[in-house]
Design a protein around this ligand. Sequence first.
Ligand code: DGY
Length: 323
Amino acid sequence: MTKPKILVSRRWPAAVEARLADRFDVALNTGDAALTPAEFRQAFKDFDAVLPTVTDKIGSDALELTNPRTKLLANYGVGYTHIDMPSANAHGMVVTNTPDVLSECTADLAMTLMLMAARRAGEGEREIRSDAWTGWRPTHLIGSKVSGKTLGIVGFGRIGQAMARRAHHGFGMKIIVHNRSRIAADVLARYGAIQADDLDDLLPRCDFVSLHCPGGAENRHLINARRLDLMRSGAFLINTARGEVINECDLVQALAFETIGGAALDVFNNEPDIARCLRDSDRLVMLPHLGSATTETREAMGMRVLSNLEAYFDGQSPPDRVN
Ligand code: DGY
């Protein structure tokens, strides 16, 4: 029997690439460079399934073709706002993602960022590396205490809840959540959490605000100048969700005028081109989109894609279908 032809858009963990090669007729992107819209259009003519990642902007231009051979877009990652869903739907393409397997590691990284920002870890590291540390003194690099403070969680899905578990049970933090739908009382009780009426109600009540909502048009610039103004003057903003959720110019202003205490970002608008004004801010901690970057999680994400492919090509509905 001929094997389905599939294209993997970036390098994946070797163990997963090997599993894919056993089961499918696989084209690997050994150069690991992001594909252009024209290359995607060609791929949609040549392959039965295409396996993109968050770095692949599959907009309407990439999907502007007739009768594509590709009927499955098996995304490697939980977020899929980089795929133009109306165009994919119009072609009858099934789209899948990789939920669950990255929740723990993404929450771990959000905790890392929260602690780094509050305890000025980035500044301290830079100081040592530039030979500027003159030794211990009572007034040196004084940060904010994290334990026992109030954490606002925006988006209370799997990752938001994993963050709440760490912060509440590990650091004794009080948790306030904002979510599109009502969260069941027993779920909130697990983390000693309360649900705010809306985002504007949550922001002034928190010492830390961590974003765990989806990106896309719906949440573009959810955090803007007006909402940054609602935050407490010493509060910190953490983003491991998607860059577009924050208006970066407004954030730079808030940091420059010290209307908030600081921020920590793992995701950016227009990655990997980070706006110069962000790089210049000492009150900002930045990591290069590392939320899911552990061996365990990146392999598990690949295996999750494999399960979706196997189900689809066995004629079943893939478990992580999103459309
Ligand atoms: C995702 O899964 O959407 C992340 O941003 C990449 O791990």
